[in-house]
Design a protein around this ligand. Structure first.
Ligand SMILES: Cc1ncc(COP(=O)(O)O)c(C=O)c1O
Ligand SMILES: N[C@@H](CCCC[NH3+])C(=O)O
Length: 436
């Protein structure tokens, strides 16, 4: 089973282990703050999704949603594990190209792809566009014409189904900036329009309900809703989907209170529903694609910080500050996301007190954890915050002109720097002195 936030490895010195490496040693070698990824945890998740599909016997693709965490080494790892890749920008596509990722296995999502991004992706020869709106359909047609090329597409459909998650990361409901709506005729018009363009091959449909989901029933509901419309479009336009992409969003464990489902549960539900619905409509079984991001990398990542200052306000709160914060993990400030953490240099010691972990940015809201039990904290202690592998580094910023931290991959007893820390020179690299 997967290592949860509750079952971290420790060594005889009472230090946290990441893979087979002492986290304190990593912090010393690479400086803090830093992100450390357990590569085996990433591989295990990728394999679990693939195994779940293999057991169903269906044709499939698992596309890693690189928005969760993208860098050249990560994309190469994704390729090693035989996954496809979902990109949402020219920058993520560029990273994939630099990583030598096979372009035919790249899918391009996003609600406002620019003409330039579309052109770059066509020139690179990506596998398919997940077309989000009519503007994109027009740009794609024009750019295919200009480059005298063809492309595969899926249409992103908004199924009008919402999961139980934070509103900022819910995308499947009617009031969403993403996709063609099912109920007001947009989706049908998009199907009709796509079928009429000879340079565009409409392979199938895509939906994504939201992120950090802990239930499968929303997927069943979305698939049933979608097929009611597919049936109609088949009758009217002869449309037969070769691919159904059910998106990502599979929840992970950030704290002991999170009880995520195994990859099998999501995959089995998706495949079962699609089998049932396509059978009911007397349509051939399509290929089934998914695009998990968080569930592949989230639990594999740990952020290591050094504790600096403290401020105790009697009967109110005891603050301890770390050398990073919202600049490397915006999720607590943005979504009220909760995390767990331990002192990496003293994991076996008894907790004595409740602490509030603050970041170093000039924002009162720059808090990582409000209620963390720890042994008595000393400055210089190394704090390990767990499950930061998704949307941590990916959403990092230079607020307060803080350099982004380094990223290190650990596999068994080996470790490797995969993203260097930014330095002060990086921060002013694009600045130009005043000349007016
Ligand atoms: C279209 C799409 N696919 C995949 C994902 C990946 O989501 P997650 O990282 O939660 O698996 C997202 C993000 O929510 C998304 O918007
Ligand atoms: N950034 C979000 C998820 C966004 C998902 C992409 N649509 C998070 O940290 O939870």
């Amino acid at each position: 089973m997967f290592m949860s936030v509750m079952t971290k490895k420790r060594n005889e010195q009472g230090h946290l282990m990441i893979g087979d490496i002492d986290a304190v040693r990593l912090a010393e070698q690479y400086q803090t703050p830093m992100f450390a990824y357990d590569v085996n945890a990433i591989r295990n998740k990728a394999r679990a999704f693939k195994r779940a599909f293999e057991q169903t016997g269906i044709d499939y693709q698992v596309a890693y949603a690189s928005k969760a965490f993208s860098c050249i080494a990560m994309v190469q790892l994704v390729h090693e594990e035989g996954l496809s890749l979902d990109v949402v920008s020219g920058g993520e596509l560029y990273t994939a190209i630099q990583a030598g990722f096979p372009m035919e296995n790249v899918h391009f999502n996003g609600n406002n792809k620019s003409r330039q991004e579309i052109r770059e992706a066509l020139q690179a020869g990506i596998g398919c566009f997940v077309v989000d709106n009519f503007h994109e359909l027009e740009l794609l047609e024009e750019e295919c014409e200009r480059l005298q090329t063809q492309t595969n597409i899926l249409l992103r459909i908004t199924p009008g189904v919402e999961g139980t998650t934070h509103s900022y990361i819910s995308t499947g409901g009617e009031d969403s900036k993403f996709g063609f709506d099912l109920f007001n005729g947009q989706a049908e018009a998009a199907v009709e329009q796509s079928l009429a363009v000879s340079s565009i091959q409409l392979q199938g449909l895509h939906f994504h309900i939201g992120s950090q989901l802990f239930e499968t029933s929303v997927l069943t509901k979305a698939i049933a809703t979608l097929y009611r419309h597919i049936e109609h479009w088949h009758t009217l336009h002869g449309f037969i989907p070769e691919v159904i992409n059910a998106g990502g969003g599979f929840g992970i464990s950030y704290t002991r209170y999170d009880e995520p489902l195994e990859p099998e549960a999501f995959v089995e539900t998706i495949v079962h529903s699609i089998r049932e619905e396509s059978g009911r409509c007397h349509l051939p079984l399509p290929e089934v694609w998914i695009e998990p991001g968080r569930s592949i990398v989230g639990e594999a990542g740990t952020t290591l910080y050094t504790i600096g200052s403290q401020k105790e306000i009697e009967h109110v709160r005891h603050y301890v500050s770390v050398d990073g914060g919202m600049t490397d993990n915006i999720r607590p400030a943005l979504y009220g996301a909760r995390y767990e953490a331990e002192l990496a240099n003293r994991v076996t010691q008894q907790n004595e007190k409740m602490y509030a972990v603050a970041g170093k940015a000039c924002e009162s809201g720059d808090m990582l954890i409000y209620d963390l039990p720890l042994p008595t904290v000393k400055s210089g202690d190394i704090l390990a915050v767990f499950s930061t592998g998704a949307y941590g580094y990916a959403m990092a910023s230079n607020y307060n002109r803080l350099p982004r931290p380094p990223v290190v991959f650990v596999e068994n007893d080996e470790h490797q720097l995969v993203v260097e820390s930014e330095n002060y020179a990086d921060l002013v690299r694009n600045d130009r002195p005043l000349t007016m």
